[in-house]
Every structure is written in structure tokens, then in C-alpha cells.
Design a protein around this ligand. Sequence first.
Ligand code: ATP
Length: 199
Amino acid sequence: MPLKSLTINGFKSFADKTKIDFTSGITGIVGPNGSGKSNITEAIRWVMGEQSAKSLRGDKMVDVIFAGSATRAQMNHAEVTLEFDNSNGELKSDQTNITIQRKLFRNGDTEFSINNKACRLRDITEMFMDSGMGKQSFSTISQGRVEEIFNSKPVERRSIIEESAGIALFKQKKTQAENRLSETTDNLHRVSDIVSELS
Ligand code: ATP
């Protein structure tokens, strides 16, 4: 499931629409301090569904929108697009090219889409869960995160291993099934009460 490209427009320091193509081999991005290297990894986490403004080094989510500079006005929205090659069918879709996009407007409106079709954040999360590419996955590791992993508690470290081993999706499905089972058991109890009242 190779990452083919990243397009950033209006996200943090990227006032101009910028496309980065990831061709085969290693792509390195170099630049002086403050030139926006970390903003690139943050753009990837953001489009994958990051919901914590703090982990994107802001106070509120709208802080990710280009705030303006001495020569340019602030922008009204941020937009990030990631393109994947799904010819190996790793992602649960029959499309060989998958494009996911997130937009955020200054009034707080957010839009997510998969292959230009509006979707919920949950659809993106589920599509990438256990693919190694989720917002919390280890394909993007920010500065400080390595230390955080070393210093994490055993339970937290276990969840890291589970995510890497690809069983997080099954754990989530198990919890959903358990919740449904508990609701059904409650309903059965209610029916049984009604039956005993009527007989
Ligand atoms: P370093 O090498 O020091 O880690 P870096 O290349 O990773 O730096 P970033 O941290 O990605 O740089 O970028 C920081 C720059 O992004 C700062 O100049 C900051 O002003 C700018 N920036 C962050 N948010 C916004 C925003 N909303 N609008 C405009 N510029 C922003």
C-alpha cells in the first residue's frame, strides 16, 4: 500500500498548494529550522484523522489553517490530500488508487472524503485500521514520540504492540459485539418481565 503523494494547501506554513510525490526508494525532506518539515508529518496525521489540536502543536484545531504572514493574508481553509497505491488490495476497497482528503474551514466546518466522495472520519479510520497507517500508527513518528514510547507504561506499550501486530481492529469489533450482546440481554430480560406479568 505505498503512499504515492501528499498535497497540502493552506495547512500551517503551506500557503501555496504543494504536492510531494513519493516515488520508489527513499524520499528525504531537508530544510532549515522552521521551514515546515514537521508540518508535513503533521499534515499526514491530520488527514488520517488526528483530532487533538495539542498534538499538532496548537490550541484549537483552526490553528492548523495558514495564519497569514507579513506578505500574505490568512487563508480561510486548510486542505490535505493523501494518495495511496492499493493495487495489492491491502485497503478494504476495490479501487486500486485511494485518495483521502480532509478540509477544515475557519468557521469550524470539516469535510472528509475518500476518492472525492464525502465520508465520515470513522470510514477513514476503519479503512486504515491495522494497515499500519492510522493516525496513531508508527508510520509517522513525531519528535519526542520515541522517548514517549520508551517511557510508556507496560499497558500502553502492549497497545502499541497490538496496533503493530494488526489486532486493534478485532479488539474494537469484539467490544462492539459485547455491547450489542449486553443490549440484547437487557431486552430479553424486559421481554421476560412482560411475559411473566401477562401470565
Ligand atoms: P525544525 O527543524 O526546527 O524542527 P521544521 O522544519 O520541522 O523545524 P516546522 O516546525 O514544521 O519546521 O514549522 C514551523 C513553522 O511553521 C514556523 O515558522 C511557524 O510559524 C509555521 N506555522 C505553524 N503554524 C502555522 C500557521 N497556522 N500559519 C502559518 N505558519 C505556521
